[in-house]
Design a protein around this ligand. Structure first.
Ligand code: FE
Length: 335
């Protein structure tokens, strides 16, 4: 009797386990169409199915509410802010893995191994080819110069990308100078902040402003879209630097959840995302900078030229986000 029971139990186990083990669940803040080519390639290579749930808002809250019963194994998201939020909420677990550490430079992953950058993007200046001369804008600090009065477009100051940029200004120059910088940039705006980064490119094309601040990959996305390409072709990419540093970078990244019901396969996917095949897909389809040393940039991204990334650690920048947001609200940047 006992033997039969154990055999039955064994049979159940051997049937149930492989089925469960060959699937992982990802909560993604990244748009489904950006993630799909990666998921398809990984599944084709490993047979592991990847279920992706698009989570636009409240990632940390959702994982907190789900607790140990969360079906999510991994979180894919953009911006140091969002990565930091889920770590601070205590819903991730560290991954100590030599391959990940070898693939991803230390500056682009959490010192405590809670999150790993998978791509990087620079927050740069889009400059009108017609109305802005080469070398006319070279630093972030310069954006507050009155010579740009009525000539700058930017999305909302409270957008994560702009909060991170402001936090980087804060890390370099302190509170007083950052407040003055925000006031200076605000005074130079051609119109109230609205829309996304691509809308600022379109505003330059329409002659509403001469320079705008945005992320590199949006130009790639626009160039690959026949409808948006003409607008993108009116601008040049300029990599500004801080007067005492380099160009501001941000990341998209991944974190393993605390619950991770399919941890082993989730780790395989994580590792795969940092490897050559995935890094090349990110580079080609998303126009982002691969984090893995030696992986080629897309031809378009390479055509933008070299730049020096700012040396300020992203974790330092992330810590200053609340202070940066406070200053953005204090100067009523969007008002
Ligand atoms: Fe974006």
């Amino acid at each position: 009797m006992t033997l039969r029971l154990s055999l039955a139990a064994l049979a159940l186990t051997s049937v149930a386990l492989p089925a469960m083990a060959q699937e992982i669940n990802v909560y993604s803040h990244r748009q489904p169409e950006l993630i799909q080519p990666l998921v398809d390639a990984f599944t084709a290579e490993t047979g592991i199915k990847v279920n992706v749930a698009f989570v636009d808002k409240g990632m940390a809250e959702r994982l907190t509410a789900e607790g140990d019963r969360s079906p999510a194994d991994l979180v894919l998201t953009v911006d140091i802010a969002r990565l930091t939020q889920i770590v601070d909420a205590g819903v991730t677990q560290p991954v100590t893995w030599a391959v990940m550490e070898a693939n991803i430079p230390a500056a682009l992953r959490d010192a405590g191994n809670q999150w790993f950058g998978l791509t990087s993007r620079a927050r740069i200046v889009y400059a009108s080819k017609d109305r802005v001369a080469d070398g006319e804008v070279t630093t972030y600090e310069d954006l507050a110069d009155p010579k740009w009065k009525g000539r700058i477009c930017i999305r909302s100051g409270t957008n994560d990308y702009n909060v991170a940029l402001t936090a980087a200004v804060l890390a370099h120059h302190g509170e007083e100078a950052t407040k003055a910088w925000l006031e200076g940039v605000k005074a130079n705006l051609a119109k109230k902040p609205n829309g996304g980064d691509r809308d600022q490119v379109k505003a330059i094309a329409a002659g509403e402003c001469d320079i705008a601040i945005g992320n590199t990959y949006y130009i790639g996305q626009m160039m690959n879209d026949p409808e948006q390409r003409p607008a993108a072709e009116t601008v040049r990419i300029v990599f500004p630097t801080f007067t005492d540093g380099g160009t501001h970078l941000n990341v998209s990244g991944v974190a393993l959840t605390k619950a991770a019901p399919n941890k082993d396969n989730a780790l395989k996917f994580m590792e795969w995302l940092s490897g050559d095949a995935a890094q090349a897909i990110y580079a080609e389809t998303n126009s982002e900078y691969p984090v893995k040393p030696g992986v080629k940039r897309s031809d378009l991204v390479a055509s933008w030229g070299e730049f020096t990334p700012d040396a300020m650690p992203l974790t330092e920048v992330a810590k200053l986000r609340p202070a940066a947001l406070k200053l953005i609200e204090e100067v009523n940047f969007d008002g």
